[in-house]
Design a protein around this ligand. Sequence first.
Ligand SMILES: *[C@@H]1O[C@H](CO)[C@@H](O)[C@H](O)[C@H]1NC(C)=O
Ligand SMILES: *[C@@H]1O[C@H](CO)[C@@H](O)[C@H](O)[C@H]1NC(C)=O
Ligand SMILES: *[C@@H]1O[C@H](CO)[C@@H](O)[C@H](O)[C@H]1NC(C)=O
Ligand SMILES: *[C@@H]1O[C@H](CO)[C@@H](O)[C@H](O)[C@H]1NC(C)=O
Ligand SMILES: *[C@@H]1O[C@H](CO)[C@@H](O)[C@H](O)[C@H]1NC(C)=O
Ligand SMILES: *[C@@H]1O[C@H](CO)[C@@H](O)[C@H](O)[C@H]1NC(C)=O
Ligand SMILES: *[C@@H]1O[C@H](CO)[C@@H](O)[C@H](O)[C@H]1NC(C)=O
Length: 267
Amino acid sequence: MKSHSPLQSFPTLLCFLASSILLQLHPVSSNPAEIYETCGNEFSCGRITGIGYPFRGSEDPAYCGYPGLELRCDQSSNVTRLNIKNMTFWVLDVHPSAQTLRVAREDVMQNNCPTDLVNMTLDYTLFDYSTSYINVTFLYDCLFNIPNVVFSCGNNSLSVLPGEVGAGLCKASVVYPALQTGDRGSFNFTGLDQVLRQGFDIRWIVDTGICNECTRSGGRCGYGGGTNQNENQTTCFCPNQPYVQSGACSSNSSPPPSPSRGTQASK
Ligand SMILES: *[C@@H]1O[C@H](CO)[C@@H](O)[C@H](O)[C@H]1NC(C)=O
Ligand SMILES: *[C@@H]1O[C@H](CO)[C@@H](O)[C@H](O)[C@H]1NC(C)=O
Ligand SMILES: *[C@@H]1O[C@H](CO)[C@@H](O)[C@H](O)[C@H]1NC(C)=O
Ligand SMILES: *[C@@H]1O[C@H](CO)[C@@H](O)[C@H](O)[C@H]1NC(C)=O
Ligand SMILES: *[C@@H]1O[C@H](CO)[C@@H](O)[C@H](O)[C@H]1NC(C)=O
Ligand SMILES: *[C@@H]1O[C@H](CO)[C@@H](O)[C@H](O)[C@H]1NC(C)=O
Ligand SMILES: *[C@@H]1O[C@H](CO)[C@@H](O)[C@H](O)[C@H]1NC(C)=O
């Protein structure tokens, strides 16, 4: 039998497109029990374990997590990735009770220095810096030698300065945060690569009040109102009833017989 790739056959392609469009229009299962079950998955990847709402694993449906808080596990390396403003970060640690993540840019983790010539920016609708960091400026290919640590980064020669410094006579300037170790303003340039690889802390500012109330009542947190596309907020999926907006499942809505909370991404 000859097999075709779906894209080689026009009717199949039409089918494929039609079903993608349908999936776009109805990304949410209308079966409450199924939604409830799916959104019980917790994200685990290597030493990061049991992470729930507002995060979701990339294999879970969008309605199980807050938009923009999607964690991806690379199972061959146990690296957890998160995109912020179109930039890939490695998630090194998660502290749900403090609502903080320790992250580092992927280019920094891979090369020990920023090879993407863009400044660090957060999505301030989702995150804030946690307090203890300092800015470090990397200056690329300067016309003069700045008397500080100069090292090579990819094909560039780099100078490093504390604080935020413009490019001046250099090709580019990249401002990047580093964990503050010791006194404010003091920075150990000798161990710079280790300092950068430690990452820095950011806090997620999504309100988790509704979610806590939901979980206490036996529900599971999600986003949006099931089939109702106009609910752009945290909602609560209950075992035997459609989602509730206010936060808590009603008391007659008891969990199903075996409320097994599956784990994802560590297969
Ligand atoms: C990933 O993490 C799991 C669970 O901690 C562990 O069993 C596995 O050996 C790790 N794999 C790698 C490649 O580090
Ligand atoms: C996001 O990054 C990709 C690949 O780096 C790029 O092609 C795309 O234009 C970027 N999108 C935005 C909105 O910056
Ligand atoms: C770091 O630099 C950014 C601008 O690039 C600035 O908004 C921020 O306040 C600086 N943070 C610290 C701790 O100096
Ligand atoms: C360094 O330059 C070489 C030759 O121009 C190029 O092939 C390589 O991709 C560059 N490396 C980086 C990290 O930019
Ligand atoms: C990064 O920010 C500094 C000012 O804080 C600015 O001078 C520089 O041009 C920015 N770099 C890039 C690549 O946008
Ligand atoms: C700076 O870092 C280097 C390498 O990690 C270490 O040997 C040195 O003791 C550090 N210096 C200070 C003042 O912490
Ligand atoms: C919810 O988000 C969708 C998609 O971003 C948007 O089209 C819709 O207008 C939003 N609804 C409300 C009530 O904000």
